[in-house]
Write a protein that binds this ligand. Sequence first.
Ligand SMILES: O=P(O)(O)OC[C@H]1O[C@@H](O)[C@H](O)[C@@H](O)[C@@H]1O
Length: 297
Amino acid sequence: MNLTELNDHFGLSGVLTFEDHNGLTRLQVKTPACTATVYLHGAHLTHWQPTGAQPVLFLSDRSDFAPDKAIRGGIPVCFPWFGPRAGGKPGPSHGFARIQPWEVAFAALSGENVHLTLTLGPTALSRSLGFDGFRVAYEMVLGKKLTLRLTVANYGEGMLKYEEALHTYFSIGEVRRTTIAGLESALFVDKTDGLKEKETPPEALILSGQTDRVFPENVSSTTIGDGPRTITINKSNSATTVVWNPWTEGSVTLKDLRPDAWPGFVCVETANTGEDAITLAPNDAHTMQAEITLGKA
Ligand SMILES: O=P(O)(O)OC[C@H]1O[C@@H](O)[C@H](O)[C@@H](O)[C@@H]1O
């Protein structure tokens, strides 16, 4: 659908409008409860700000907005693999979903919440990478809180094994003064240190260097302490949590991130990766959910 058709079919007067940005289609949401921006490219939520609060998501001002590139910041949807593809097989980092155009299936205002569903089915790119029999529905409920539901269905004849992540970049005042509660004494794989297995200290986590930690079999809720506010992530059907910040060392390798931007965000990701990957029998489906709420410290 072109912009006119999208606005005719799914636009909500004064609440939800589709527009072009750099050749990509995005939609802007404005309600008494929040403002939000979603790109159909990657089903990428780049902005969510409850009324009266600071923006919750970080977006790199050097991000590419191009059909073959992932947006840096917001919430990239990683599917059907996380990080580099296993087994040395070809394919983009974190899967193809974040660089494919998604379709709008549903948009409505219910009370003060906008309910939006975007879908992704097989594309030329996914087929070229061997993924044919799947469908993904991504439901967002945008209001004072944010609910994200990623449902994957197997329409193929064989088993479908996949990894997934909502790679959320939270905007924070200063990462070295930010706490992450909920991962106390938790086991993690340290991707910055040869995949060694380690355990976090018994108190809330405060990052002090380049961080790339995968917490397997971890269903805990996490709460980010960002100065006077807290950001809580409650999740269901997600067995992996990932915490990432590139720090100075990692940032210099990322062309789409200002080298001094890293103190302003932390990624706390709701995921199913590695041993927690999902395997679906034909006609089966699985839903992973994250719910993000703001509070006072
Ligand atoms: O640069 P990308 O592909 O968006 O990935 C960013 C980071 O994403 C994190 O989730 C991974 O654990 C890191 O290993 C990776 O570097």
